[in-house]
Design a protein around this ligand. Sequence first.
Ligand code: NAP
Length: 277
Amino acid sequence: MTELRIPLAGVIGSPIAHSKSPQMHQFWLRENGLSGHYVPLHVGADDLEGVLRTLPKMGFVGANVTIPHKERALAIADEVSETAAKIGAANTLVFGADGHIFADNTDAYGFIANLKHGAPQWRASHGAACILGAGGAARAVISALQDEGVDQIYLTNRTQSRAEDLSQEFGGNITVVPWAQAGDVIGDLGVLVNSTSLGMTGKPALEVPLDALQAKTAVTDLVYAPLQTNLLKTASAKGCPTVDGLGMLLHQGVPGFERWFGVRPKVTKALREALLS
Ligand code: NAP
């Protein structure tokens, strides 16, 4: 008789104790009455490949990958989605029964699903986007906004060369704006995105001048600690629709959960409250 195996998944990173993913996936497993487990897995860089080749043999159906393994996991995978290849990093792995590793990136999906959910009136046709930051998260944001059809993106970053590299790599209509002049492009936007770590608890404040920001601009911050960043508070006081970063984290988890456990989970107020408590 074949033993029925309980599907296992987890999040691989270093450090990993702070991750909200185990709480989120366990919430969805319970909510949907599914048997399965989702665990934090602290894995060092030297062990990543060995761990990824071993997990499927132990009943793991997949995993999320976080800092610092997102690029390496992409390189190790046997098959890579178009989105993950474009972003240059993997955050969601699906394991075949034979150990085959499929790598995807759901950060772009998480970003856009969160923006649409939090600012339902926003449309790509509403005008240019301005992205603050050119790190790993900015790559997912650019990919998502380009796929959505935003035809002008202003990209600004403290280290300008990183923004220029991204502009070259992603192509399309990306204009690199010097960091000191970020405030100059803020006056006529469909959406403003903070993808830097500025404004996060323990990090310096985001000091881009927001005087020109108009009420029509949707403003979203990828930082979610604190949930209401100073950027979102200022934007809200100007009448802008604002979207916090926690939703991106929640939405990016949806496709992985569906692939591993067979049910498309919902991002609800109850889930948010569970994660914030
Ligand atoms: P990253 O690759 O390390 O990039 C950090 C970005 O912040 C870079 O653009 C960097 O500019 C900028 N930055 C850092 N310190 C700065 C300073 N003192 N002054 C000006 N710019 C500064 O990190 P990441 O993965 O892109 O993540 C960025 C933020 O997004 C983090 O807060 C992360 O937690 C958040 N995030 C949230 C989600 C979500 O689901 N909500 C998902 C992914 C990331 P330089 O290039 O000049 O260093």
